[in-house]
Design a protein around this ligand. Structure first.
Ligand SMILES: [Cu+2]
Length: 471
């Protein structure tokens, strides 16, 4: 097993070394050595030094799997295995994934490449891999029982096909997939165009990640795999804010972000400060006549979207799922609405008896960030993340696109918080406030009240008692 750290020092060195003439075909092992990566950091792009050239992508809190060339065939080795994924600093989950991580490594190939993928199953049960979105022989499609026998525990299977269509794809099991995807088994696949493509523009930065969700009780380590809708951890690439790296770009970069949804619900993904176009799906590049500007694009289950924009506004721009429950971290469910109830003293007493007891604050949930409720081990607060102006009060599917004039080409490092030009930050008004002008007489409204109505009814809006279910 080779450490990713070693080969990153000279990106692609493994592929180069193995493909070099000094290694004879006889000496070449039948199966490429698997590369394992156990850190959750965003790794530098893997620049190819064999095969056709392309502009590599950057996987958010992830990495790209190196390959070797064997008689013109690109060979990869995926190992399906239990992994420990740090979902945010201080919070680890026991998942299943590939080559040390969940999601597995990104696979990058070029249109027309002949690809051979060895899949070793180190899970306690059988598995398979389906190559979502690919044109390939039916027997390589990876549906256990339908197109192949499942890969038994301890065995290695080989998939081989030509990457016929350029685009944005993913891979995941098609064997006991409810369990295996709930446990984190999935990965990204990019097929780069072999030449200049009329519908695929070159970009300066190309980010990829998968949307996935888990149900892990506070204090626990392993996802509950029977959960269908009521997940409590909403993740980009099995990371939750504030554990998700920012996407750091140079001002006026053309930026592409690709994401695929392997959760059980849709996610409207929203970018601040810029408008983008959807340039592709897992069906390939979109035709130009179908492109219009958006700031939010909804990704249904099993879909992928690639968006593109010109990063021409400097700043720290939020990028997140627009479902507000999906920018929250693990909470106990059935949390009662406590707005208007001062229970802070009581809550402290209750936690002496019930350690996992969590309630929302009397003025809303923002109170929770100051309530200093004791949390069980291996649990992250519901909303966390300190920004330059205080608590960001976000969790889950949230990160930041950092646009900087002085970010160097090829530098993906975090430039720190944006330094706002003087006079460009919202500020407190300290003058005299005028009295509110309220409509005094209903008769002057454009929609007069019904004359017959004798009594006003007041309603209080509250969440159903089932609380968090069904979103
Ligand atoms: Cu969402």
């Amino acid at each position: 097993m080779t450490s990713r750290r070693n080969f990153l020092t000279s990106a692609g060195a493994i592929t180069g070394a193995v493909a070099a003439a000094s290694v004879s075909k006889v000496a070449m092992a039948a199966v490429p050595e698997p590369v394992i990566q156990t850190r959750p950091d965003t790794m530098a792009p893997l620049t190819p030094n064999t095969g056709r050239p392309y502009n590599p992508v950057v996987t958010l809190n992830g990495w790209t799997l190196p390959w070797r060339m064997n008689n013109g065939v690109k060979e990869f080795h995926l190992v399906a295995e239990p992994v420990v994924r740090e979902m945010a600093p201080g919070f680890k989950a026991h998942l299943w994934g590939y080559n040390g991580q969940s999601p597995g490594p990104t696979i990058e190939v070029v249109e027309g490449d002949r690809v051979r993928i060895f899949v070793t199953n180190k899970l306690p049960e059988h598995t398979s891999i389906h190559w979502h979105g690919q044109r390939l022989p039916n027997g390589m499609d990876g549906v256990a029982g339908l197109t192949q026998p499942a890969i038994p525990s301890g065995k290695t299977f080989v998939y081989e096909f030509e990457a016929r269509r350029p685009g944005t794809f993913m891979y995941h099991p098609h064997a006991d997939e409810m369990v295996q995807m709930a446990m984190g088994m999935m990965g990204f696949w990019i097929t780069h165009p072999k030449d200049r493509h009329p519908l695929i523009d070159p970009v300066d930065r190309d980010f990829v990640f998968l949307l996935n969700a888990y149900d892990i009780d506070p204090g626990a380590y392993t996802p509950k795999i029977m959960t269908m809708l009521d997940f409590n951890l909403w993740t980009f690439n099995s990371r939750i804010f504030p554990g998700i790296d920012s996407m750091n770009v140079r001002k006026d970069d053309k930026v592409r972000i690709r994401f695929g949804n392997l959760t059980m619900t849709n996610h409207p993904i929203h970018l601040h400060g810029h408008e983008f176009i959807v340039t592709g799906t897992d069906g390939g590049p979109t035709s130009k006549s179908t492109r219009w500007h958006e700031v939010t694009t909804d990704v249904a289950v099993g879909q992928m979207r690639q968006i593109e924009f010109l990063a021409d506004e400097e700043g720290d721009w939020a990028f997140h799922c627009h479902k507000s429950h999906h920018t929250m971290n693990a909470m106990g469910h059935d949390v009662p609405t406590m707005i208007g109830v001062d229970h802070r003293g009581i809550a402290k007493q209750i936690t002496d008896v019930v350690p996992d007891y969590m309630v929302m604050g009397e003025r809303g949930m923002a109170d929770m960030t100051e309530m200093e409720m004791p949390l069980p081990d291996n649990t992250i607060p519901m909303m966390a993340g300190e920004g330059p102006f205080g608590s960001v009060e976000m969790g889950g599917m949230f990160t930041v696109v950092k646009v900087r004039a002085d970010q160097q080409p090829g530098d993906y490092g975090n430039p720190g918080w944006f330094k706002h030009p003087q006079g460009t930050v919202a500020y407190e008004f300290t003058g005299q406030l005028p009295a509110a002008a309220r409509a005094a007489d209903a008769g002057q409204n454009s929609m007069p009240r019904q004359a017959k109505r004798t009594q006003d009814v007041q309603v209080k809006v509250r969440k159903p008692s089932a609380g968090h279910a069904g979103h």
